[in-house]
Design a protein around this ligand. Structure first.
Ligand SMILES: *C/C=C(C)/C=C/C=C(C)/C=C/C1=C(C)CCCC1(C)C
Length: 256
């Protein structure tokens, strides 16, 4: 008797061409894959841990979970796009950043709000991010000739955010607050926005015609971006989480 062949167990050629890349060690495909898992797991973690912190920290943890959750969805699509085309998923990348970078600005706002942050502080941070991302996107998509110039303009937006956090509204409110918890959170978040965020412009410089072109393969731009996203989105959330947990413990010890 002839048994029917189990066709549903064989991966169609089109699919396996892509999935092979993950299994056979294409580092970019692997970082998209792991990035997706890490972002998803982080969201689950932040959402569940909302239950362990004082009410005033719950929105911050919710926003942390949204940041990694939005990234997880984008990584799912970016991984597929990369496997199908071998190209950088630039448009998905910038949609992701356009949603998640302003939410990181919201985190700064939420941390400083109990000490007097106004909507204007948030607005300034978001304005800096918008400039950074719009100029960056134009630079990545407009070709070889002007990407250095657009990169410089984008960097000005980035430096403006750094200024606000180190010397502008955010810094002033942190100082006025006399809160050791806020000071500790800001100390760590400053490391993220200077060292962690600076990985992105380094990745950008790999573009053809830019300063590091030739030192790396063009495709390694996604290696830089994926690494930076994991550090910054998950790390940022963990900093806020650890401050929230220790402040909650302190508040409960006082009450007891
Ligand atoms: C979750 C995503 C984050 C935190 C993305 C941050 C992106 C940047 C800091 C990008 C910065 C850029 C420059 C400073 C110049 C070159 C163009 C960019 C957009 C890569």
């Amino acid at each position: 008797m002839n048994l029917p062949t189990l066709n549903f167990l064989t991966i169609p050629a089109g699919d396996s061409a892509g999935l092979d890349r993950i299994i056979n060690g294409d580092p970019i495909a692997i970082t998209f894959f792991i990035g997706y898992m890490a972002m998803l797991a982080s969201s689950v973690f932040f959402f569940f841990e909302r239950g362990s912190v004082d009410p005033k920290w719950k929105i911050s943890l919710l926003v942390s979970g949204l940041i990694t959750g939005i990234a997880a969805v984008h990584y799912y699509y970016m991984r597929d796009f990369y496997l199908a085309t071998g190209d950088s998923p630039t448009a998905f990348r910038y949609v992701d950043w356009t949603l998640t970078v302003p939410l990181m600005c919201v985190e700064f706002y939420l941390l400083t709000k109990p000490f007097g942050a106004k909507g204007a502080t948030l607005f300034k941070l978001i304005l800096g991010s918008a400039a950074m991302l719009i100029f960056g996107f134009i630079g990545e998509t407009s070709g070889i000739d002007n990407n250095i110039m657009w990169g410089i303009l984008s960097t000005l937006g980035y430096l403006y955010i750094v200024y606000e956090v180190f010397a502008g509204d955010v810094a002033k409110l942190t100082k006025q607050s006399n809160s050791p918890a806020l000071a500790r959170a800001m100390f760590l978040l400053k490391i993220f926005i200077t060292l962690g965020w600076s990985i992105y412009p380094i990745g950008y410089m790999v573009l053809p015609g830019n300063l590091l072109a030739g030192a790396f393969e063009v495709s390694s731009i996604d290696l830089f971006y994926n690494l930076a996203d994991a550090i910054n989105k998950i790390g940022f959330g963990l900093v806020i989480y650890s401050v929230a947990i220790s402040e909650t413990a302190k508040a409960r010890a006082l009450k007891a």
